[in-house]
Structure formats: structure tokens, C-alpha cells
Design a protein around this ligand. Structure first.
Ligand code: F6P
Length: 343
């Protein structure tokens, strides 16, 4: 049995832990693994690297992905790239492919399985935690811990200067990162894509807090949060191979509004790719390992077109179709609880 692995889309801490787990489990079965380089580009171009148990054993602690990643979409040029994917898969002698990615990468795996009968198993990953079926994705825990550490540091300088600090987080069109890190840092206000921004209310809360004696303020805003009837704030209009724009800039826009309306000196910080960097947390290493082992198990059982997921505390099998059906928005129960503190 020869199994290919690839990591596509935005990287996230924990990818290497999945690779290590799949390689070990397939090795135990007497099989071998190779890594396709830079996501689907590796299969389009036929670029790969060997993966063996000894070399992958220590990578659990490394962030990023040893395979590299890209946002290559073979269905962007289906007439040339999809046949290339199939030809390279065959010439590499692969029996199965484990695709580790978010909705874009797994969406490609789904179509290659559904329309071309290719043997695919998916492993969900993203710091955004916005994938269906799986309760939490690895990478998310590490990301929110990075945000929490950053906000704890920002708090001391913000307080010293009696300022307001607007902290912009990643998360695309789901508010998981902003909401969880906002709760964990006792932010004065949390803004998420699921709820239109009410600037009047943000200002009212910040002013009330000052009047009550808290002489600084922290606002967490997700990059995808929007003002009513306006689209997302973007860095550039250009889209990637999957049609996504680059989000960014809402924190700065909001900081200006807050300063204008309150008179409080206000600064903004975009945490950006810091949230995806560095070693995975212990929780993410364990989750990624469990998902990797379960995905390899599905390969061994030849259960293709499937995806592994976390349901409660259990690792379950689901289908790629279900996994990519929609974006998993923030569970509003978390947000409603957070709102208790900024009503
Ligand atoms: O999907 C993960 C993510 O980090 C998003 O939170 C963010 O909007 C995007 O990727 C950034 O992508 P890039 O690395 O291409 O700038």
C-alpha cells in the first residue's frame, strides 16, 4: 500500500503531527507514504518527497508543514490540471491520498472522488475552526492562545496610556477566534462576522466603562466583521484560485471611529499570520495525532470519500460531502454568553 499525503490552503500548527501519525500507522500496516509538495500543486506537477517513520517522528513539535502548502486549485484549469492530477497519481503508484486541509482543499478531494473515482480521505484543519461536522479543528487552540498572550501584553501598555486598543484577529467569515480569545481576555467588546457592527453600542460600552472607573479599553474584532449594509473590509480586491478575497483593515477603520466618537486615544493591532505560526499546543498535537491515526485507519479499510472529525470527545468518520457542505459559523451560544459583559 502506497499512500500520498498533502497539506493545502493556509498552514496551521498541527499539520506535521497529522503527517507523523499517518506515516506511522501506514508503516505498521506494511505500507509506505510519500508527501506531495505544496498542496494540490504537488499532484499537478508531480512533485513529491519520501516520508519515513524516522524522519517524521520529531516533527510533531514543528509548526507549519514540512510538505509546504499552496492555494492551487486543479479545478481552476480543469482541462489540463485534473488529467495531470490523475496521471501523476497513477505514475506515482499511489493507492490512496490523505488530503489535510480546509474547505477548499477538501472540496477538491471531494470532487476528485465524486467525479473521478479517486481514493480520497480528508483530515480537517484550520485555525478558523469553521469546518462543518467537526466540533473543533487543530490549529484553533494554538491560535487563540497566541491571541490571548498578545492581548495580555497589549493590556499593560494600553492601560498605562489610558487608551483603547482594537485587536484584529483572523477567522475569515466566522468569529470563533475573536469570540474565544475575547472571552479569555475579558475584552470590553467582541465583534464577529455573524453580528453586524453597532458602533454606537461599542462607544456606549467603552464610555460607560470609563465612567465606572476602567480607564482603558480592549476591543477584539474579527477580520470578517462588517458594518451594516457594507461588505467585508479587504486588503485587495484580487481573489485567489478559490475565489477568496484577502480580508483585513476592519480594526484600523474601527479604531478611527472609536477615537473620533469618544476622544479616547485609540490604537489598532493586526495580529495576522502570528496566529498561524510556531509550535502547536499540546491539545492540538493530541487532536492532530488522533485525526491522523483515524484517517490512516480509513485508508487501510479503503473507506474513501470520507473525512475524519471530532464529535464531542470522539473521533468519528463522516463524508467529504458533509465536511465541505457549508461554513461552520460561530455557535451563538458562546457569543451570547460573552455579551453578558458588554450589554
Ligand atoms: O483560513 C486561514 C486564514 O489564516 C484566515 O484566517 C485568513 O483570512 C487567511 O487564511 C489568510 O490567508 P493568507 O495566508 O493567504 O494571507
Amino acid at each position: 500500500m502506497k499512500v500520498g499525503l498533502l497539506t493545502g490552503g493556509g498552514d496551521c500548527p498541527g499539520l506535521n503531527a497529522v503527517i507523523r501519525a499517518v506515516v506511522q500507522r501506514i508503516h505498521n500496516e506494511g505500507g509506505s507514504c510519500i508527501g506531495l509538495l505544496e498542496g494540490w500543486r504537488g499532484l499537478v506537477k508531480g512533485a513529491s518527497m519520501p516520508l519515513d517513520v524516522h524522519e517524521t517522528d520529531g516533527i510533531i513539535a514543528r509548526g507549519g508543514t514540512i510538505l509546504g502548502s499552496s492555494r492551487t486549485n486543479p479545478f481552476k484549469n480543469p482541462d489540463t490540471d485534473v488529467p495531470a492530477v490523475k496521471a501523476n497519481f497513477a505514475s506515482m503508484g499511489l493507492d490512496a491520498l490523505v488530503a489535510i486541509g480546509g474547505d477548499d482543499t477538501l472540496g477538491v478531494a471531494y470532487r476528485l472522488h465524486r467525479d473521478h473515482g479517486m481514493p480520497m480521505v480528508g483530515v480537517p484543519k484550520t485555525i478558523d475552526n469553521d469546518l462543518m461536522v467537526t466540533d473543533f479543528t487543530f490549529g484553533f487552540d494554538t491560535a487563540i492562545n497566541i491571541v490571548v498572550e498578545a492581548v495580555d501584553r497589549l493590556r499593560t501598555t494600553t492601560e498605562s496610556h489610558r487608551r483603547v486598543m482594537v485587536v484584529e484577529t483572523m477567522g475569515r467569515h466566522a468569529g470563533w477566534i475573536a469570540c474565544f480569545s475575547g472571552i479569555a481576555t475579558a475584552a470590553d467588546y467582541i465583534l464577529v462576522p455573524e453580528v453586524p457592527i453597532d458602533v454606537d453600542h461599542v462607544v456606549e460600552v467603552l464610555k460607560r466603562r470609563r465612567a465606572e472607573g476602567k480607564n482603558y479599553g480592549i476591543v477584539l474584532v474579527s477580520e470578517g466583521a462588517e458594518f451594516p449594509d457594507q461588505g467585508s473590509v479587504t486588503i485587495e480586491a484580487e481573489t485567489d484560485a478559490f475565489g477568496h478575497v484577502r480580508l483585513g483593515g476592519i480594526g484600523n477603520a474601527l479604531a478611527k471611529m472609536i477615537e473620533d466618537r469618544t476622544g479616547y486615544e485609540t490604537r489598532s493591532v493586526v495580529l495576522g499570520h502570528l496566529q498561524r505560526g510556531g509550535p502547536p499546543s499540546a491539545y492540538d498535537r493530541v487532536l492532530a495525532t488522533r485525526l491522523g491515526l483515524a484517517a490512516a485507519e480509513l485508508v487501510v479499510k479503503q473507506r474513501f470519500g470520507t473525512m475524519v472529525a471530532l464529535s464531542g470527545t470522539k473521533i468519528i468518520e463522516t463524508t467529504l460531502a458533509e465536511g465541505v457542505a457549508a461554513t461552520k459559523k460561530l455557535d451563538m451560544e458562546y457569543y451570547r454568553q460573552a455579551q453578558t459583559f458588554f450589554r
